[in-house]
Design a protein around this ligand. Structure first.
Ligand code: DC
Length: 229
């Protein structure tokens, strides 16, 4: 019997390694990977560059009309990258300046409606892995496999610090820790689609797991779901 293509959602706290797992899974299963956080980061970049007053609903909805976000495959790396209005912004959106504002912007209902609509459109064909905060609860509530990732805060800070330090040696551990804690708080306390584990999600604490260990664990779960279809 042929394996059915499924939708896999990966939600969880900031810097748990959601995108690392999602990318590895997508390569193994030959599925499409969508980084939903990149959309909120690209919107944040647009708002900051264009001095959009995001406390004003009219300014927000006018700005959203001018935003086109695409995910385009980079043939050299084989990975998809985020484009904003025709510009590759993959590198820019990972900056701490964006991370400092993104949770506030992602809490705005109109911004979420804009992003969720596009995320659902991208998931019309199965064979997709999407990571974020509300993917299993709001974007694809009927996904076949839902994972909720956690990891110790110290482990998460260390991982994100290493990533950011490579780009900017002036970044400090304290800055990174404050940012992660702030984002976790805002993401899980906002009124619209707060971060929470879906009732039918499997919890994965990867504090002590190597990337290849978590991949083989999740591949087993995915294969089991594909066979149940
Ligand atoms: O996954 P990330 O760290 O790149 O996400 C950046 C921010 O975007 C995160 O702090 C919260 C927000 N986000 C969200 O609200 N919903 C999602 N589905 C994905 C991200």
């Amino acid at each position: 019997m042929a394996e059915k293509k499924i939708i896999i959602t990966i939600d969880g706290w900031s810097s748990c390694g959601k995108s690392t797992l999602a990318k590895h899974l997508a390569k193994k299963l030959k599925y499409k990977y969508i980084d939903s956080g990149a959309m909120y980061r690209a919107i944040t970049l647009y708002f900051l560059r264009n001095h959009v007053d995001w406390t004003n609903a009219v300014s927000v909805s006018e700005a959203l009309e001018d935003i086109v976000i695409e995910f385009i495959l980079n043939p050299k790396t084989g990975e998809s990258e985020t484009w904003l209005n025709g510009e590759n912004v993959e590198y820019l959106i990972r900056d701490l300046v964006i991370a400092e504002k993104v949770s506030d912007i992602a809490a705005i209902a109109a911004v979420r409606a804009f992003a969720v609509r596009q995320q659902q459109q991208l998931g019309l064909d199965s064979g997709i892995i999407m990571d974020g905060r509300d993917i299993g609860t709001v974007v694809f509530p009927r996904a076949e496999l839902k994972i909720f990732m956690t990891a110790d805060i110290a482990v998460r800070v260390e991982r994100r610090f290493k990533e950011l330090f490579e780009k900017n040696p002036n970044v400090s551990i304290e800055e990174v820790k404050t940012n992660l804690e702030m984002r976790d708080y805002i993401d899980s306390h906002r009124a619209v689609s707060p971060l929470r584990k879906a009732d039918d999600a499997i919890e994965l604490d990867n504090s002590g797991l190597k990337p290849e260990e978590q991949l083989s664990l999740v591949l087993k779960w995915a294969k089991a779901r594909m066979k149940q279809m």
